[in-house]
Design a protein around this ligand. Sequence first.
Ligand SMILES: CC(=O)N[C@H]1[C@@H](OP(=O)(O)OP(=O)(O)OC[C@H]2O[C@@H](n3ccc(=O)[nH]c3=O)[C@H](O)[C@@H]2O)O[C@H](CO)[C@@H](O)[C@@H]1O[C@H](C)C(=O)N[C@@H](C)C(=O)N[C@@H](CCC(=O)O)C(=O)O
Ligand SMILES: Nc1ncnc2c1ncn2[C@@H]1O[C@H](COP(=O)(O)OP(=O)(O)OP(=O)(O)O)[C@@H](O)[C@H]1O
Length: 453
Amino acid sequence: MSEWKFQRDAINAFRFVRCTFDADTGVAQLVYAFDDGPELIETITVPGAPFVLEGERAGAAQQALRLLHLIAGVSYYKAAVPPEIRIDSYAIDADTAAMLETIYVNGLGEFAYRNGLNLHGRIRFPHEAVNRPAAPALGLREHALVAIGGGKDSLVSIEALRAAGIGQTVTWIGGSQLIRACAERTDLPTLNLGRALAPQLFDFNREGAWNGHIPVTVLNSAIMVFAAVLLGVDQVVFSNERSASYGSFIEGTGEVNHQWSKGWECERLFGDYVQREIAADLHYYSLLRPLSELAVARQFAKTDRYDAHFSSCNRNFHILGERPANRWCGVCPKCHFVFLALAPFMPKPRLVGIFGRNLLDDPGQTAGYDALLEYQDHKPFECVGEGRESRAAMAALGDRPEWREDALVERFAREIRPQLDEAELRIEPLLVIDDEHRIPAGLWERLRARFAA
Ligand SMILES: CC(=O)N[C@H]1[C@@H](OP(=O)(O)OP(=O)(O)OC[C@H]2O[C@@H](n3ccc(=O)[nH]c3=O)[C@H](O)[C@@H]2O)O[C@H](CO)[C@@H](O)[C@@H]1O[C@H](C)C(=O)N[C@@H](C)C(=O)N[C@@H](CCC(=O)O)C(=O)O
Ligand SMILES: Nc1ncnc2c1ncn2[C@@H]1O[C@H](COP(=O)(O)OP(=O)(O)OP(=O)(O)O)[C@@H](O)[C@H]1O
């Protein structure tokens, strides 16, 4: 074993070795390996131990842990993308294998495109006939674990749940101080789940591993579903908007969606699986699924409670490395998009105050905005709205005296808008609420009017 060296192209198999949970400490270990190489151990820590798990709750916790093991494996599998996948310590059925293949192939879509790999037909999870009855209802108490990511979306959900009178615990994974500050600002109960990647992954990256984006939202979802079973609560709430279901259109390739695991296909697949295989009364849903990015931005603008705390700039969230000095780097696609999406709904001084500068009056940002507008470029691989949302927001600003002379708004009006169909530049149709979602019916009845206003 000590002789083993990471040689990406010589690896034959990726192994799901085992997953364990110590109810006395709240620590789960997710163990993987390549061939007969060293064990790669990812650790998840759930505060609140010791946990008492008996009977059907214990069975549900084991199912949730296995689902997490299988999904979290994507971080390591991607390092070598070997021809074979093995599961050493338990068996999965054909439906589970099919779901995992869908998550891996689509969730690694951007990774595959950027690395010139074709994963279709290459990712095969071994499966056998497994006789398991549908998951029982566990009698979970009515309470929501709400994911918070430090950006505007989860804060919109948290305020909507508060208004609807749903008991919630604001929950995040990892050690981000920015997320902690936002969570504390909610004045609600909080829960910070620990996650440590296997340290060897960083060595493998230096030694030539394949690297690229992984479907982090479904992975965070699996962590929170596991925590919900341990804590005995019946809802796991994310804040993935409708626009996340649409990717970037690449000429000659087709659609590649950076945020596939925030999209509707993934939510439906994962949420149905949780109810069928883990607990019939555990509801996983995205509260913002019926809303476009612009509709979410409009909701966010209604309160200034988080202006001095939130950030959507992903540069804040690296495990290693530098973070922007003032929460908004101002040059990445998320900064560009969030500034543009909020601008139609916020007084200009407030928005410029949040970012510390006016991104739309900076000609240096032209290429970034062109990509968002899908003008001579494709939509960036980031969590940003659809091209038609960016174009509609820019057109709306062009009609407003306080914005229309800013460099990029003026350029849009002069150079890009004349090439577009005016009927497709209206904001109102993009703010319409959709009916495709998994939000429990009673809650949605209480929230629909709020989101429509
Ligand atoms: C913070 C960030 O954007 N990270 C992406 C970046 O990673 P980078 O190498 O620059 O730094 P680290 O995040 O510190 O990661 C170090 C290495 O660790 C591996 N890794 C990390 C997390 C993980 O869950 N699995 C891993 O394997 C990986 O090898 C890293 O190199 O670039 C990476 C490659 O493109 C991205 O994979 C990193 O993205 C993180 C997984 C991440 O958390 N990103 C979110 C901020 C994010 O992109 N959210 C999406 C949600 C969409 C979705 O569900 O896919 C979004 O906002 O659009
Ligand atoms: N570290 C984390 N722990 C738990 N959930 C997270 C974490 N990071 C992101 N999420 C959740 O994943 C989903 C997608 O993240 P996303 O970044 O789009 O949302 P956000 O941070 O709320 O808003 P924004 O789009 O403005 O960044 C959200 O539900 C968010 O709460």
